[in-house]
Design a protein around this ligand. Structure first.
Ligand code: GH3
Ligand code: MG
Ligand code: MG
Ligand code: MG
Ligand code: MG
Length: 316
């Protein structure tokens, strides 16, 4: 990306060697060192592609491609944030020629012979526009970066770094619809840390936060496919969205997470002496009469059942 203070790169396109020399001398006397030059339309387009000059001084009448056509080609090939100032230099003096020059994408239209004073003034005016355009591009890049960061912040859980509830709401619905189209089952796994209130009471809130981060890491490991999602559902509860997965597949995944969490070996004041999780599973092939909400409630009921049955287990 060009910086606002970068020197101007100017391309002069002119088939008369004498005029070309004069124009280059004018430019050099206003501190535009070694302007690029082209004596044909084909050469002009090639240099434009390679060098992306800030300004093109463009003779309208050239031996091969005419200047208006060159301007049209440049304008149609410019990408977003790309802009080259085009100043026509021509001996065509009719108002209609000027209008056509602007119409095809020219920014200014000067009639020959051109005085050094006028050329310098016009380049200065164009420099002002170029600097404005560069600042706009800067601002738009900053806005894009800020937007991306906002997007990340609004979809990520600050404590654990995994997706938050909002992201879950959005992506689970998308996945539900995708599975509906594919006629494949969608599974939800609700995971909840066992006796976590006691953990906080015993070891403090900060240790509780550490524990949440460690468990979140194991939950995230269980969602490696693009269609999977691991999210913090709230408090010490997590959820896995597993596309194209039936209850057996989800059970296998949940069993793995349950074991990995136990293997973290985080000490706890429970009978098992370590932090464990309980999981509830529900899976269904999305169709009318069912909804994501129903599936979620069903997974929640299974989780409640896992708690009732003694915790540290998976219930479908
Ligand atoms: P159960 O086995 O039935 O799930 O019991 P529990 O104690 O885990 O469940 P309960 O809902 O009674 O308590 C959840 C606890 O999780 C209470 C709350 O303080 C704690 N908690 C929720 N969010 C956070 C957090 O961000 N950090 C910490 N340290 N604790 C949290
Ligand atoms: Mg000419
Ligand atoms: Mg609870
Ligand atoms: Mg709990
Ligand atoms: Mg809970």
């Amino acid at each position: 990306m060009k910086k606002r203070t970068d020197a101007l790169k100017v391309l002069v396109v002119e088939d008369s060697k004498v005029t070309l020399k004069v124009l280059c001398n004018f430019l050099e006397r206003m501190d535009i060192k070694q302007p690029l030059t082209a004596e044909t339309g084909a050469a002009a387009i090639e240099i434009y592609r390679k060098e992306r000059p800030d300004i093109i001084m463009l003779d309208a009448q050239l031996p091969d491609i005419d200047g208006f056509e060159i301007a049209r080609q440049i304008r149609s090939s410019e990408k977003k944030d790309d802009w080259t100032a085009i100043i026509f230099l021509t001996s065509m003096t009719k108002d209609e020629d000027l209008a056509r020059g602007i119409e095809v994408g020219g920014d200014d239209y000067l009639m020959k012979p051109i005085s050094e004073v006028v050329l310098h003034a016009k380049v200065r005016a164009m420099r002002r526009l170029i600097e404005m355009q560069r600042s706009l591009v800067d601002v738009s890049h900053q806005l894009n970066a800020a937007n991306k960061e906002l997007q990340r912040l609004s979809t990520t859980d600050g404590l654990t770094g995994i997706a938050n509830r909002r992201m879950f709401d959005e992506l689970s619905l998308r996945e539900w619809r995708r599975c509906e189209r594919m006629k494949k089952p969608l599974a939800l796994v609700m995971l909840d840390i066992d006796s976590f209130k006691l953990f906080n009471d015993q070891f403090g809130h900060q240790a509780g936060d550490e524990c949440l981060r460690a468990v979140a890491g194991q939950v995230a490991r269980a969602a490696p496919r693009a269609a999977d999602l691991a999210a913090r559902y709230g408090g010490e509860e997590f959820v896995l969205v597993l596309g194209e997965t039936d209850a057996d597949g989800a059970k296998w995944v949940a069993e793995n997470v349950r074991q990995h969490v136990a293997e973290l070996g985080i000490p706890h004041a429970t009978p098992s002496r370590r932090v464990t999780i309980s999981c509830g599973i529900a899976s269904v092939e999305p169709k009318s009469g069912f909804s994501l909400d129903v599936l979620l409630r069903s997974a929640d009921r299974a989780l409640y059942q896992a708690k009732v049955e003694g915790r540290d287990r998976v219930v479908v």
